[in-house]
Ligand binder design. Structure first.
Ligand code: CIZ
Ligand code: SF4
Length: 304
């Protein structure tokens, strides 16, 4: 670690105590930011942690929709997103206007949104889900028809697991996971034939059918820890390797392709966390009515 970074880390710790703040980091953040954080996890675990802590300020190292979810569940706290431009292109693929129009086409469908959506889109939905609980959430719905936004890949994965429901898919996708191809998996497997493939459901079906395990970041971390195998090909964003390697020093992890990098997740640095705490930036503020309606979708998920 460079001396100036070390100084910043010290100063971050001091400001954190002084301001009664916590730092949370997503599994896809750069190693130095994960190291700095009080808690590392998926967006949902982090939001729940934010709601349960008695800190006044939460510095959310992740992307915009995640900080919004934390704010929805902890309206009384100050939630800071250190890099204001850290968005999620997949979340941006579902807009409120387009969703309202699509809902008109399927009046009998329950509207389910992946957590990777804006608060305004969540406010238009009946229930939210994460990649950990999407199958469970959709099975719990009484309707035979579902409109699922915005990830076509997660939606189609769930549709395969819940064949008794008609699932209408949105056309969104994650630019990072969607570009992994069947050829990438085959090439990686031929290089490491004894490795298990662990893939995120945001990958395309042609990838998922070739995987040994499909799950969210939290589920991939859990699977790798409990597996008796010692080599893994990882088909999700590279930031997850930090925790996988830390938890399993005797196991080997290979990123399935070098392209598995989310540029938005990589925007946050130690310096951005330092500036966030120093200048109280960038504060997430939500329209009260939107936040209240979005909260209902999140709470419906919690009740499942
Ligand atoms: O919910 C999350 O944090 C996302 C976007 C992915 C995952 O699998 O953890
Ligand atoms: Fe969005 Fe994909 Fe980046 Fe996750 S990895 S934040 S889904 S662009």
């Amino acid at each position: 670690m460079k001396p100036e970074i070390r100084d910043m880390v010290e100063e971050i710790k001091r400001m954190k105590n002084e301001k009664n703040a916590v730092i949370v980091a997503h599994n896809y953040q750069v190693d130095e930011v994960q190291e700095l954080a009080d808690v590392v996890g998926d967006s949902f675990k982090l939001s729940q942690y934010c709601a349960s802590t008695d800190a006044d300020i939460v510095v959310f190292c992740g992307v915009h929709f995640m900080a919004e979810s934390a704010k929805i569940l902890s309206p009384e706290k100050t939630v800071l997103l250190p890099e204001i431009d850290a968005g999620c292109p997949m979340a941006d693929m579902a807009t409120v206007d387009a969703l309202i129009e699509e809902k008109r086409k399927y009046p009998n469908a329950a509207v389910v949104c992946y957590i990777n959506t804006s608060a305004a889109v969540k406010a238009e939905c009946d229930i939210c889900c994460t990649s950990s609980n999407a199958v469970r959430v959709i099975r719990s719905i009484p309707n035979d028809e579902v409109l699922f936004v915005p990830d076509q890949n997660l939606g189609s994965f769930v549709a395969g697991q819940v064949p008794d429901k008609k699932i209408h898919l949105w056309s969104g996708y994650c630019i990072t996971h969607h570009r992994v191809s069947r050829e990438d998996v085959e090439k990686a497997k031929s290089l490491h034939p004894d490795a298990l493939v662990l893939a995120h459901p945001e990958c395309r079906k042609e990838v998922l059918v070739r995987a040994d395990f499909v799950g969210s970041t939290a589920q991939i971390i859990e699977y790798a820890k409990n597996s008796s195998h010692d080599k893994f090909l990882i088909a999700t964003e590279m930031g997850i390797l930090y925790k996988l390697k830390k938890d399993n020093p005797d196991k080997t992890f290979y990123l399935l392709t070098p392209g598995l990098v989310c540029p938005n997740m990589k925007k946050t640095s130690v310096e951005s966390v330092y500036n966030a705490l120093k200048y109280n930036r960038y504060e997430i503020n939500l329209d009260k009515e939107v936040a209240e309606r979005a909260r209902r979708a999140l709470e419906a998920m919690l009740a499942v």
